[in-house]
Design a protein around this ligand. Structure first.
Ligand SMILES: Cc1cc2nc3c(=O)[nH]c(=O)nc-3n(C[C@H](O)[C@H](O)[C@H](O)COP(=O)(O)OP(=O)(O)OC[C@H]3O[C@@H](n4cnc5c(N)ncnc54)[C@H](O)[C@@H]3O)c2cc1C
Length: 482
C-alpha cells in the first residue's frame, strides 16, 4: 500500500499521529512508500481566514525544514496550490492517483471551513474507491470526548479542566510518537517550496525572533522547561521578563505538538499533572486553555461564524469610530501600556498574554468598539493567529464568551501598567518616546505637565472613568432588555 500524508497545521515529523500511521500502513522500508503533500490556498487564507503575512511566511519556512526532514525519510513533499478550499478535493485526488496512492491520511482540524473541506475530500476519495483515515493530533483528547456527567459540552474552563485532568489520570499520559523510519523509495521527486504566496508580503518576516522548524521548537521547549518553568507562575504576567515559553507560533503551525509540551513539563514535574512545582502545574493548565478553546469550536460552532458565544450579546450596539480604531491599531491611544502592546504586535507578530487581555478589554470596553474588529486585526498581524484561541481570548475580554470576565470588571490600563510594568521598561522598549520620563509619569504622561508638552505622544483618546462607565451602562441595559 502507498499512502498520501496530507500535512496541514502539523508541520513536523516527530509525534505526528497521521504521519506515524501513514508510515505504518505503508509498510516501512520494504512497503509501498509514503508521499506527503501540503495545500496552499492563498485566497482562502487571505480573504476568509485573515491570516497575517508573518504567519504565511513562517509556514513557508517551516515547510522548507519539514521537506528536508521528510527527504531523509525518503518521503517526497509535494505542494499543491488552489485559490480556495473548494479546489482541494479535486487537486488532492488527482495527486493521489498520479502518485499511485491508495489512501490519504490526515490529522483533524476543527474550524468549520476546514471541516467542510475535509468532508468534501473524504467524499471525493470514497467515490473514487480510495480510502481516507483521520486522526486526533492537534489536541490531547478528541473534541467532544470531554463531557459533563449529563453528556453535555463544557462552557466553563475550570470544570472542563478538572474533567480533562481526570481523563488523563484514568488513561495515563498520551503517547508521544517517535520519528518514523525510512520508507521505501517511491521514485517521486519532491517539489520546491515556493518563495512567496500570492497576496502575502514576505518582507514581514522576523526570522531572528522566530526561527523555523521542529528542531528549533524542541530546543525552545527544552530551554523553557529547564530554565523558566518553575518560575512561570510568578513571572508569566510581567511582559518585561522573558517568563513565558513563546511556543504559541510553533503550536499554531504544528512544528510542536501539545503532547510534546505536556510530556516535557510532566516529566520535569516528577510525573505529576496537578501537584508539584507551581510553575509546571500552571503552565500545563494554560495548555489546557488551548485544549478547551478547541473543544469549544466543535461544541459551539457559532463562534466560527462571527457570533457571540453568549447569543444575548449578538446585537450589542457597539460604537463605530474609525479614528479611534485606527489609533488603537497603531498604538496611539495615549495609554502607554496599550500602545506598547499594539506596537509589540506590529513589530514582532506576537504579543504577551497580559497585553492581549489589556488591549482587548480597552477596545471592547473603554472604546466600546466591536470585539470582532479587534479579533480580525489580531488575526491579520499575529504569527500565532489561531481561530479558537483568538476568538476565545477576545470573547473572554469582551465579556461575550465562555468564562467571560464579568462586564463590570474592567481593567484600568494605567493601573495594569503600574502593576505589571512598574518601572516602565516594557513600555519604553516599544514606546521609546516616553523613555525620558520616570516613575508614574511613564504610565500617565499626560499628567506630566511641561514634560508632556515636549513629547510627541497623544493625550488619552478616552477618559478612563467615562469609558468604563459607558461600557458598564451598555452591558447593564442590554442585560435588562433581554
Ligand atoms: C485577546 C486574545 C487573543 C489571543 N489570540 C491567540 C492566538 O491567536 N493564538 C494563540 O495561540 N493564543 C492566543 N491567545 C492566548 C495567549 O495570549 C497566547 O497563547 C500566549 O500569549 C502565547 O504565549 P506563550 O507561547 O509564551 O504562552 P505560554 O504562557 O508559555 O503558554 C503555553 C501555551 O499555552 C497556550 N495558552 C497560554 N495561554 C493561553 C490562553 N489564555 N488561551 C489559550 N491558550 C493559551 C498557548 O498555546 C501557549 O503557547 C490570545 C489571548 C487573548 C487574551
Amino acid at each position: 500500500m502507498r499512502t498520501l500524508m496530507w500535512f496541514r497545521a502539523d508541520l513536523r515529523t516527530l509525534d505526528n499521529v497521521a504521519l506515524h500511521e501513514a508510515c505504518l500502513a505503508a509498510g516501512g522500508a520494504s512497503g509501498g512508500g509514503v508521499v506527503a503533500v501540503f495545500t496552499i490556498c492563498p485566497d482562502q487564507w487571505l480573504h476568509e481566514h485573515d491570516w497575517a503575512d508573518i504567519k504565511a511566511e513562517f509556514i513557508l519556512r517551516n515547510l522548507r525544514e519539514l521537506g528536508e526532514r521528510l527527504t531523509k525519510l525518503r518521503i517526497p513533499l509535494k505542494i499543491l496550490e488552489t485559490p480556495r478550499f473548494d479546489g482541494v478535493p479535486k487537486a488532492l485526488l488527482k495527486l493521489a492517483k498520479d502518485c499511485a496512492c491508495d489512501a490519504v491520511f490526515f490529522n483533524d482540524e476543527y474550524e468549520i471551513n476546514e471541516r467542510l473541506r475535509d468532508e468534501a475530500v473524504i467524499e471525493a476519495f470514497e467515490d473514487a474507491g480510495l480510502k481516507t483515515r483521520r486522526f486526533t493530533d492537534q489536541v490531547v483528547f478528541e473534541p467532544g470526548s470531554v463531557r459533563t456527567k449529563e453528556g453535555k459540552a463544557y462552557s466553563v474552563y475550570s470544570p472542563f479542566r478538572r474533567r480533562w485532568e481526570s481523563i488523563w489520570h484514568e488513561e495515563g499520559m498520551p503517547p508521544v510518537r517517535p520519528e518514523p523510519q525510512k520508507q521505501a523509495e517511491t521514485g517521486i521527486e519532491p517539489d520546491a517550496i515556493p518563495e512567496t504566496i500570492r497576496g502575502f508580503n514576505m518582507d514581514k518576516a522576523r526570522e531572528d525572533l522566530w526561527p523555523a522548524g521542529e528542531k528549533h521548537a524542541m530546543h525552545r521547549l527544552k530551554q523553557f522547561i529547564s530554565a523558566r518553568l518553575d518560575a512561570y507562575k510568578d513571572e508569566r504576567d510581567f511582559p518585561a521578563i522573558n517568563g513565558t515559553s513563546t511556543l504559541s507560533p510553533y503550536l499554531t503551525v504544528g512544528a510542536l505538538s501539545p503532547r510534546q509540551c505536556f510530556a516535557a513539563a510532566y516529566e520535569a514535574n516528577g510525573e505529576k499533572l496537578d501537584k508539584g512545582s507551581r510553575g509546571a502545574v500552571h503552565w500545563m493548565q494554560e495548555l489546557v486553555w488551548r485544549e478547551f478553546y478547541k473543544h469549544v469550536l466543535i461544541a459551539f460552532p457559532r463562534v466560527c461564524k462571527g457570533r457571540s458565544f453568549r447569543p444575548e450579546y449578538d446585537t450589542m450596539p457597539w460604537r463605530e469610530d474609525d479614528e479611534q480604531f485606527r489609533a488603537w491599531c497603531e498604538g496611539r491611544t495615549g495609554y502607554p501600556i496599550v500602545d506598547a502592546g499594539m506596537r509589540q504586535l506590529a513589530q514582532t507578530g506576537w504579543m504577551h498574554n497580559r497585553l492581549r487581555m489589556i488591549v482587548a478589554m480597552f477596545l471592547s470596553k473603554h472604546l466600546f468598539l466591536d470585539w470582532r474588529l479587534g479579533e480580525r486585526h489580531f488575526m491579520r498581524r499575529l504569527i500565532d493567529g489561531d481561530l479558537a484561541q483568538n476568538n476565545g481570548g477576545w470573547q473572554w475580554s469582551a465579556s461575550t464568551g465562555t468564562d467571560a470576565a464579568p462586564y463590570f470588571r474592567i481593567y484600568n490600563p494605567t493601573t495594569q501598567g503600574l502593576r505589571f510594568d512598574e518601572d516602565g521598561s516594557y513600555i519604553c522598549q516599544f514606546v521609546p518616546e516616553l523613555a525620558g520620563l520616570k516613575g508614574k509619569a511613564i504610565h500617565e504622561p499626560s499628567e506630566a505637565g511641561g514634560l508632556f508638552e515636549a513629547l510627541d505622544y497623544p493625550k488619552p483618546i478616552v477618559e478612563n472613568k467615562a469609558g468604563r462607565e459607558r461600557a458598564i451602562e451598555m452591558f447593564k441595559t442590554r442585560g435588562k432588555a433581554l
